[in-house]
Design a protein around this ligand. Structure first.
Ligand code: BG6
Length: 496
């Protein structure tokens, strides 16, 4: 279906997200002829100091983030010509008047019918002002699909707790309807995350086993080797639980745990995800562990500073850079199955994966073996190299009955022979298309904050002695103790 004509309006047009992710994703879509035929990009922000000419800014971003072999010069220039810029401060009413004139000009010249997709790539505190000005200047319509339509993409974090998220949602609803709000979580744009649903519901093999009768535990690891880099100011106000768990990790778990939706339409899927989050027991300190990295080693063994020494982080900060928790979903399907999650910065390797451990075989039939059979594990590795595999027990060739675990695996890189797309490409295309299935609905956000809020409130008033793990290690010992209490440990499939 051809996409409808539209103007993509980029708030925060000179920011890091725009440079690193949004412009490269838009360029790739343009290069693949996936953008609407009548399309324009209007940036709104204060000019970049190094590249005050916006065309120069766009050109430099594409040259930096798109490899040479992917960008012919003439295509880059055609793309640059799609962009224009309104230099302005987000709180300055006059800037919005100029935006209005620019949009009228662009809509007229390019025939984009007044269809506007706004992307709010700005610090969250600015969002209410932007919404108010858009409304006052008559730059929004209350339609998500009939021309002239308005859609607004909101970056995370969506609020910092349940109350602030509700306030923000109300502010959106004063301007547009819920189906015009596209709350982005870039994990949902990753191919391997989308395959969680496809694996479950396009195959008949897994679903009969996908419940408390056959699954013993689920472990989710979101490990990063990087520290907070130059994002210390933002991160220190957030912490790992808000930054990675309330959003990305809970979204992945809701896809893993949801009931089969009636269809893959946006509301049908989001309904089921929201039900999972609703059934999750709110977290408390007994079922969670926090950590902060101290000085240690980076991925290549180089010495790296502790979190409190990073730029813009206040000395003595109690912000967590690691969290682990045991989540319980109180539903018929999942009652009694622990979902363990750990998410941390400056861990020994970059790895996002889900391990689903099934219950063990009921009887040790192969008594001659030197080892007992281990339970099967389904591994869904999301990154760095996407992979789906199943660990099964087989017999060592040549021996009588010596059992050995073997991995049946599918590496995306080998199976599909094409590089996976960046998550933003898929998400921008969906938003242009008016498909919100990979964006979060208000009730999902609300339910996810309900899960983490009590824990964050407790931590906030409970002093802590940080740092408690060295950069380059798997987090504080307490993360192992959390599982040891249940007679379990973090599963590692290294060696396969
Ligand atoms: C972002 C977080 O949402 O996700 C960052 O704000 C984090 O702190 C990033 O580093 C991780 O994304 P990815 O796609 O590299 O796993």
């Amino acid at each position: 279906m051809p996409l409808t004509a539209c103007t993509f309006v980029l708030f925060g047009a000179t920011g890091d997200l725009t440079r690193r992710k949004l412009l490269p994703a838009l360029f790739r879509l343009f290069n693949a002829n996936s953008l609407p035929e009548r399309f324009a990009i209007v940036g709104f922000a204060l000019p970049d100091k190094k590249a005050p000419d916006y065309h120069e800014f766009v050109r430099a971003a594409i040259q930096e983030f798109i490899p040479d072999e992917e960008r012919a010069d003439h295509r880059l220039e055609q793309f640059v010509e799609l962009t224009s810029f309104v230099p302005a401060n987000f709180t300055d009413a006059e800037g919005y008047d100029r935006l209005k004139s620019e949009l009228a000009r662009v809509d007229g010249e390019r025939g984009t019918f007044g269809n506007h997709l706004y992307y709010l790539a700005t610090p969250p505190a600015l969002v209410p002002d932007i919404l108010r000005h858009l409304q006052q200047d008559g730059l929004v319509t209350q339609a998500s699909s009939h021309a002239p339509w308005t859609r607004i993409i909101a970056e995370k974090p969506f609020g910092t707790d349940r109350d602030s998220a509700r306030r923000l949602t109300n502010q959106f609803h004063e301007v547009v309807k819920e189906d015009q709000v596209y709350r982005i979580d870039h994990y949902l744009g990753k191919d391997a995350v989308q395959d969680v649903s496809v694996l479950r519901f396009a195959n008949s093999l897994f679903e009969p086993l996908w419940n408390r009768n056959h699954i013993d535990q689920v472990q989710v690891t979101v490990a990063e080797t990087l520290g907070v880099g130059n994002r210390g100011g933002y991160f220190d106000a957030m912490g790992q639980t808000r930054d990675m768990v309330q959003s990305h990790a809970l979204q992945v778990i809701s896809l893993l745990a949801m009931e089969p939706p009636n269809s893959f339409a946006a509301n049908a899927v989001r309904q089921e995800k929201a039900k999972v989050l609703d059934a999750m027991r709110p977290l408390n300190n007994y079922h969670a562990v926090r950590g902060q990295y101290g000085a240690g080693h980076g991925m290549n063994g180089e010495p790296v500073p502790g979190y409190a020494q990073e730029a813009s982080v206040p000395a003595g900060s109690c912000t967590e850079t690691f969290m682990a928790a045991k989540l319980s979903i109180e539903s018929w399907r999942w009652s009694g199955v622990p979902f363990y999650i750990r998410a941390g910065k400056r861990l020994p390797k970059q790895l996002t994966e889900v391990l689903i451990q099934f219950k063990g075989a009921p009887l040790p039939l192969f008594r001659g073996s030197t080892r007992r059979p281990e339970p099967n594990i389904l591994r869904l590795r999301i990154q760095p190299d996407a992979e789906i595999s199943l660990i099964v027990e087989l017999k060592k060739p040549g021996t009588l009955n010596d059992l050995i675990p073997v991995e049946l695996d599918m590496l995306y890189g080998e199976a599909f022979k094409v590089p996976l797309k960046d998550a933003y490409e898929r998400l921008l295309l969906d938003a242009l298309n008016g498909d919100a299935v990979l964006f979060m609905r208000e009730d999902e956000i609300d339910a996810a904050w309900r899960v983490v809020d009590p824990l964050l409130a407790y931590w906030n008033q409970d002093p802590v002695d940080f740092p408690n793990y060295a950069a380059g290690t798997w987090g504080p010992e307490a993360a192992d103790e959390l599982l040891a209490r249940d007679n379990r440990k973090w599963l590692s499939l290294d060696g396969f």
